[in-house]
Design a binder for this molecule. Sequence first.
Ligand code: ZN
Ligand code: ZN
Ligand code: ZN
Length: 363
Amino acid sequence: MEVHHLLHKVLAKLQDIFTKTKNNVVRMDMATFQDIGSTLNQAYEQEIRICNTKASKKNEMEQDIKDIKATLSNFVSVTTKTWAQVAAAQPKPKPEPPLECQVACSQRSKREITLSIRAVEDNDKVAITKMNNQQLTNHLNQVANCDLIIAARKTAKQTIKICCDTEDHADKLCNAPWSSYIPGMNIVEPSYSVVVYSVSKLNVNPEKEDTVAQAKEEIETTNLKKFSIRKITPLQKRQRNPDAPTQSIIIQLNSLEQANECMTGGIFIGHKLHYAVRYMPQYRLKQCYKCYGYGHIAEECTKNARCGRCGQEHPTVECETDKPVCLHCKSEQPAWHHDCPAREHEIARLKALKDEQGAYFST
Ligand SMILES: [Zn+2]
Ligand SMILES: [Zn+2]
Ligand SMILES: [Zn+2]
């Protein structure tokens, strides 16, 4: 019943009581009193609901909720909370982003821009590959007809990082027409990636590439267009159990704020609210399968091969001993055993680096 109907009902009751007044004394039985009370209560709750809806852009919200409901009705779940249940629950106070998220830090990143040479023509690409970083710095200043680039360096991912003296200079270079200086060269916009664990494959399945675009759109709609998603990729290229109903995904977002919002406020995928964590692949545990050292992989290894089984100086495949010996701690286990102090030390080192970076993205 609408608010004005409820109020009318109450007024009618009061009018009725008034007409039965004797000697200036109002009398009513308990049932009538309770009825009036509960009707007023209903009207009050109704009014609050309307206020809330108005406050959050009523029409837009209603349309979005309709869309979401339509999407949700396609999914059946018994074990997980539905969108409606989560939405109906009292909103949790948002945790305040930590200090490092609020204060502008990392002066360097503001003065640094990234160029991609992936699409650069072969001749130019070869020329760039042959240059050392000093020659590259001079070359880029020359083609851009400026002297704003303090240092340029090549990275492994076909990109060039350029460092400037000030943010202003970096801005200028960011807006420079790089593809007219060197055809195919372009600025790499920074992106912000988060990991979402245990996402149902019914909602997102990056293995089926043709469905990803649709999943992306659905997630954007479900979250009331709060996020604009650039890319969704699986966290693990090959899943340990391909038949698992869920998998973890990496969501690449357009802005730092959106990425942080995914972590503090969560992101709806399908009918479920997920909390994302910052994607920091550089701090993943790596063990080399050539020398069995930690912190690098075999493709980058510059050391001699060591045996992962006995620790001697021969490749593991050539090992003939039955008794394993860890080359790190000398215990009777292969070099990849999980309770190795060297492994634990590496995990702690990576954790410290990760903690230093902070859980949130900062400007
Ligand atoms: Zn190695
Ligand atoms: Zn061996
Ligand atoms: Zn060990």
